[in-house]
Ligand binder design. Structure first.
Ligand code: ZN
Length: 256
C-alpha cells in the first residue's frame, strides 16, 4: 500500500484546506472545500487531479467551494447523511459505521454532532490521521451551535478514544487564542504552558500549528480534561459529571 500523501494549506481568513492523495490509485480528495480557487491551485501545485470532496459539515466556510469544484472536475462529493440537504452538490452520504474506499486506504466515519447536528469526522487508520472539521481544535473545540453540550461531549469522547498517535487535522487555525483561554482553566499544567510558548513562536514565524495529535490534546486541551481534579476545583465543580464540567468550560470560552 502506498503511503497516503497529505497537503495542508490556508484558505479564507483562518480556515485550512487539506488534500489527501493516494499515488497508486491516483485519487485526490479535498477535505471540505472552503474556497474553490485555493483548492484548485493546491491541486495544481501538487500535480494531482481532484476526484473527491469529503465534507465534514454544512457550514459555508467548509462547503463554499463545492459547486465550482464539482463543475470544474466532476469530483464526487461525500458528506454527512444527517445534514445532507444542506451540503451543495452531495453525491453520497455517510454516517457512523460507514466507510469510504480511497485507493488502498479505508476511510472510516464517526458521527460527531454538536457544532452542527450532522457533523462527521473522517478517520484513516492506515495513515494514522483524522479530519475533525470544527469538532476539535488544538487546545479547543467547536462552538456548540446546533447540538447540546452533552452531545458535543459524547462526540469528543469518541475522538479521545482514537490511538494517541493519530494526527488531527482541524478546520481552523485558532490555536493561539485557544492556548490563552486554556491557561485560564488550567494555569498550572506544565505541558500546556510549554505548548503555549511553542505556539507563540510558531505563529511569530508564520507557521501553521496543525495538525495536532490526540495524545497532545489529551495532555493540553481543557475541553478533553473535565475529569481533572485541578480543573474541577478551579471551576467549583468537584465531583460533577464530566459533561457538566465540559459545558461550563465551553460556556466560559464563549464569553472569553
Ligand atoms: Zn463550522
Amino acid at each position: 500500500m502506498a503511503a497516503l500523501q497529505i497537503y495542508q494549506f490556508p484558505c479564507l481568513s483562518d480556515n485550512f484546506g487539506v488534500l489527501i492523495h493516494d499515488p497508486e490509485a491516483n485519487v485526490t480528495a479535498s477535505i471540505d472545500a472552503p474556497e474553490a480557487d485555493k483548492v484548485t491551485a493546491a491541486v495544481a501545485e501538487k500535480g494531482w487531479k481532484l476526484t473527491h470532496i469529503l465534507t465534514t459539515h454544512h457550514h459555508a466556510d467548509h462547503t463554499g467551494g463545492n459547486a465550482q469544484l464539482k463543475a470544474a472536475t466532476g469530483c464526487r462529493i461525500i458528506g454527512p447523511r444527517n445534514e445532507a440537504a444542506k451540503v451543495p452538490g452531495i453525491d453520497e452520504t455517510v454516517a457512523e459505521g460507514g466507510t469510504v474506499d480511497f485507493g488502498a486506504h479505508r476511510i472510516e466515519v464517526l458521527d460527531t454532532p454538536g457544532h452542527t447536528a450532522g457533523h462527521i469526522t473522517y478517520v484513516i487508520p492506515s495513515a494514522k490521521v483524522s479530519f475533525v472539521g470544527d469538532t476539535l481544535f488544538a487546545m479547543g473545540c467547536g462552538r456548540v451551535i446546533e447540538g447540546t453540550p452533552q452531545m458535543m461531549w459524547d462526540s469528543l469522547k469518541k475522538l479521545m478514544a482514537l490511538p494517541e498517535h493519530t494526527a488531527v487535522y482541524c478546520g481552523h487555525e485558532y490555536t493561539q487564542a485557544n492556548a490563552k483561554f486554556a491557561l485560564t482553566i488550567e494555569p498550572d499544567n506544565a505541558a500546556l504552558q510549554n505548548r503555549a510558548k511553542e505556539v507563540d513562536a510558531m505563529r511569530a514565524a508564520g507557521k501553521a500549528t496543525l495538525p495536532t495529535t490526540i495524545g497532545m490534546e489529551l495532555e493540553t486541551n481543557p475541553f478533553l480534561r473535565p475529569h481533572v481534579t485541578a480543573i474541577q476545583k478551579r471551576l467549583g465543580m468537584e465531583g460533577k459529571p464530566e459533561w457538566q464540567v465540559f459545558a461550563e468550560i465551553r460556556a466560559r470560552k464563549n464569553k472569553f
